[in-house]
Ligand binder design. Structure first.
Ligand code: COA
Length: 331
């Protein structure tokens, strides 16, 4: 039976760089506070005219070049985002249109921070089912345009940012390569710990001036609760996914953990007793790009020569839902 194997990776971020000092001119914060609590030094925010579909196209074309294919070779697109360019339809179709790839299916996944891992699992299942042989999987966010960049929103405005990462997933029959195991979970009882309340169809109307005045359109986050669950669930999930292969964390060549906060990544590393050379973080440069952090990490590692043939790469993520999960991949 075939399964999915990553044949190419790519990333794209807006050109505009926003430093911590830039933010401290807009809100009551400081470079020192942001670095100490989150590890973030700068992030990229879109300027007018830059779109999520546009960034996804650039990241995708870089992945095509690495895989030695063109957009016309794709059988399907799966795009993970919690910040689509429009409320309806999803961003997959806008990416499809920009790539000019006819009528192939384009599916959106709204799993926020773990969206890329979930998307890979769906793409891999399509390949295993024999439905498709080559699928573009993208994680992408433009979060800067929907953030409360005021003192009220300072616990989120300093963290979240924009970017896109893409991979080409191809069918392989080689049992020793590619995506070998997944571990996926959700726990809806914590949905309100990290959420955007409105617009929501449960309200009549779905958004009101009162809601806007109260800031219900902005991401609300209980940072301490998110932190506490993230540092428990990601290590649990990493152990589970390598356990499915009969392996342990000592067998991991590289752990790519969702870039929520450098302190979270460091605690995950400590809990899993991983050496520094077994992990890679880049939140310092990019902030938290939600569904895009994992494919951006992967692309930097592949292009930076950190990944060798035969390496066991584990990718893990935790976020809104709460939803979390991991994938183990033999390079
Ligand atoms: N700059 C300066 N001060 C800030 C601030 C900012 N950007 N944001 C919050 N503060 C203040 C708070 O108002 C509070 O002040 P007070 O003590 O006078 O009330 C103080 O800093 C501590 O706030 P608190 O929210 O308790 O801080 P914390 O230590 O929990 O750190 C986070 C806040 C957001 C950095 C931290 O909770 C975190 O990273 N959580 C995980 C978030 C995450 O990963 N989200 C993405 C998930 S995918």
């Amino acid at each position: 039976m075939p399964h999915g194997c990553i044949a190419g990776t790519g990333l794209a971020v807006p050109e505009r760089v926003v430093t911590n000092d830039d933010l401290s001119k807009l809100i009551d914060t400081s470079d020192e506070w942001i670095r100490q609590r989150t590890g973030i030094e700068q992030r990229h925010w879109a300027v007018e005219g830059e779109t999520g579909a546009g960034l996804s196209k650039i990241a995708s074309e870089r992945a095509f070049a690495m895989a030695g294919i063109t957009a016309r070779d794709l059988d399907a697109i799966i795009l993970a985002t919690s910040s689509p360019d429009h409320f309806v339809p999803g961003n997959g179709v806008f990416l499809q249109r920009l790539l000019g790839v006819g009528t192939i299916p384009a599916l959106d996944i709204r799993q926020a921070c773990s969206g890329f891992i979930y998307s890979l699992s769906v793409a891999d299942a399509w390949i295993r089912a024999g439905m498709f042989r080559r699928i573009l999987v993208v994680g992408q966010e433009i979060q800067s345009t929907g953030m409360d960049v005021s003192d009220n929103g300072r616990n989120t405005a300093v963290i979240f940012a924009d970017g896109a990462g893409a991979v080409v997933l191809e069918a392989t029959e080689d049992p020793n390569r590619g995506l070998l195991a997944f571990d996926l979970h959700s726990q809806g009882e914590f949905a309100e710990m990290l959420w955007v309340d409105s617009p929501g169809s449960m309200y009549h109307p779905e958004i009101s001036h009162k809601d806007l005045d109260e800031g219900k359109q902005y991401l609300q986050m209980d940072g301490k609760e998110v932190f506490r669950h993230a540092v428990t669930r990601m290590p649990e999930s990493v152990n589970a996914v390598v356990g499915k292969l009969g392996l342990g964390t000592g067998d991991i060549s590289l752990l790519l953990a969702h870039q929520a906060n450098l302190r979270i990544s460091e605690m995950v590393q400590r809990k899993l007793e991983l050496r520094d050379d077994q992990v890679y973080n880049n939140i310092q440069k990019y902030g938290n790009t939600t569904a895009a952090t994992v494919p951006i990490l992967l692309d930097e590692c592949v292009r930076g020569g950190r990944v060798k043939q035969g390496d066991l790469i584990v990718m893990t993520a935790f976020g809104s839902g709460f939803s979390w999960g991991s994938v183990a991949c033999r390079w």
